[in-house]
Design a protein. Sequence first.
Length: 115
Amino acid sequence: MADNDWKARLGMVYSTNPDFKYETGEEEQTATLPPAQQNLRVWLDRKQRAGKVVTLVKGFVGTDDDLKELARLLKTKCGVGGAAKEGEIIIQGDHRDRVVDILTRSGYRCKKAGS
């Protein structure tokens, strides 16, 4: 029953080819680069956040699990909340200097970006 999931084929209407096999486009995640090869940028942002400041970490290359693990490390070291989604790590508050220090001690290459 799992190979006949109609929800995965919502865009497909009809095929006249009797040998047609519909393949769902599953995204392959890229392998996580070692910390010394990562090139991270640390931003301060307050757009779309009701004036509240957040620290953004952009440029991480790797799997979602490794991104969430790095976000968990940063959130616990800073003692604040946050999230990891769409290739970015969001840390609540202005912790840019502290995040850059934590990342460089962990072996990541990172720079402050933005104003």
